[in-house]
Design a protein around this ligand. Sequence first.
Ligand code: SF4
Ligand code: SF4
Ligand code: SF4
Length: 579
Amino acid sequence: MTENETPRIGVFVCHCGHNIAGTVDVVRVAKEAEKFPNVVFSTDEMFMCADSGQELIRTKIKEHDLTRIIVASCSPRMHEPTFRRVVEEGGLNRYVFEQVNLREHVSWCHMHEPEAATEKAIDLVRMAVARAAKLEPLPIKRVKVIPRTLVVGGGIAGLRASLDIADRGFEVVLVEKQDKLGGNVIKWTHMFPSDRTGTEVVEPLIERVESHSNIKVYKSSRVIDFEGYIGNFEVTIESQGRKKNETVEVGAVIVATGFEAFKPKGYYGYGESPDIVTLDELQAMPRQDLLLRPSDGKPAKKIAFIGCVGSREPGKKGHEHCSRYCCSAVAKAAADLRDRVDEALVLYQDVRTYGRGHEDIHRLARQKRVIFSKFEPDEKPEVTVTDGKIKMRWRDVLADDQLAFEPDLLILASAMIPPSDVEETATMFSLTRSGDGFFNPEHIKLAPLTTHTAGIMIAGVAQAAKNASESVIDASGAAAKAASLLARGEVEIESTVSRVDPDLCSSCHTCVAACPYGAISMDDSDPPIAVVTEAKCHGCGTCAAGCPSGAITMFHSTDEQILSMVEALLVPSPISGGE
Ligand code: SF4
Ligand code: SF4
Ligand code: SF4
């Protein structure tokens, strides 16, 4: 379509089964849309994302010579890529497509007001039609990908990811801040569901990583500078003992920075007796015939565990999440240690042994006569330490009885929390964090391993608390994502970016400070002019909103496009019969 041609808009309204059509009168929305300016075809369909819905779009583009397509359905986060592809298959540029969210923005949030919801749906479609008429085809841009990956973190997830990528023939740069590889797992003596120690699990991985010709390992090292965009990152690594920092170029990044075990000061007497330890500290004790008390080295005869320490605390920031590994880890440690002690007790809020084989561990612990006793979250067990003796009192929920126990060793299943330098890592790689403090994925269900920064993946506990098996699954997934990016050789980048008009830029630097992705810098001219690195730009619009000189245009969200929607809402156009 040339600038002066009249747009020919097609509108496709989706039922989403009962999801949208259960509340919104989709037939009426499609009928109303027929009357909006430039709409030459409008219909409703049960599932627009299904093969039949996709074929409908392709067919109607040809039949009606459509030049703009609107799908009124679910969130664009879910299916915008699908419909953009369909539109391209129909012979149009992907940026002449517009999606209206009738599900999350209408039917789900107004499910008890069907009439109002239908009116709102009609308004949203009218606004989309106004915007679609102003949409411009944009160029499809590609950049080359450097066939090398940076993996940050040498724990079980980082090791697995490195090997998976290296075995596919791509180079890996592995950066670990400690002086040895293996992360938390290498310290543990009671892994589940197998009977192996952490060392037995990760040692073979470490040996392979350290001898792999495609992997370069930097221990006692950290990333101190990180620049670039998908396919073309530049990483500066600082290593203890090396005079010069090293700079490497990579095309993809996997952040596998793991966790720290929470030190539960103020919980259940932790810190008041050497015989009150965390599960992590127990796991680091040598595996031997007798379980010895840290205080005097004598064998512990009676042991107790308490679950959910620093986890599942509503309202306490960073401690509201379930740490997900500890129920199974406690059951495993209790079952193992039961053979060496006279009594073993586990106080729990809930038992969440959800992994494959984990319920067997829980059953085994019970068969070995480990006592499980449930307490209420708001009636936490009391622990006192008097003359070195540990005393526990709690109400057992199931027996509704007040109970007491005096363990020689008390083990607290403390939370998995992010490492202390997590904020530094988040800033370095432009990652966001969720309420539990770990890094946000791009989408919790649909894109759990990628992040909002294209080319950067997260794996293992860096994404959320989880056990070692789940971390390894993540790592292989993230490695597959990285390898598929590298194998492509080049990657498409979004065209919905910002552009600075040099004639209007007043060199104020506002946009440089405002851009959350570091995508704008000032050039060398005098006075300096702001320039956008398009491959780094996420099209968020922050710079355009902040620019006091009106020098910044957002492709695909121009002022004209946005104002046309506002106008369509406030001043509905006179009804047009479409064609
Ligand atoms: S896994 Fe179990 S012990 Fe750990 S936080 Fe969740 S419920 Fe509590
Ligand atoms: S905010 Fe606008 S005027 Fe200021 S430097 Fe950026 S582009 Fe130029
Ligand atoms: S649109 Fe957002 S990401 Fe792009 S340059 Fe502007 S502020 Fe940065």
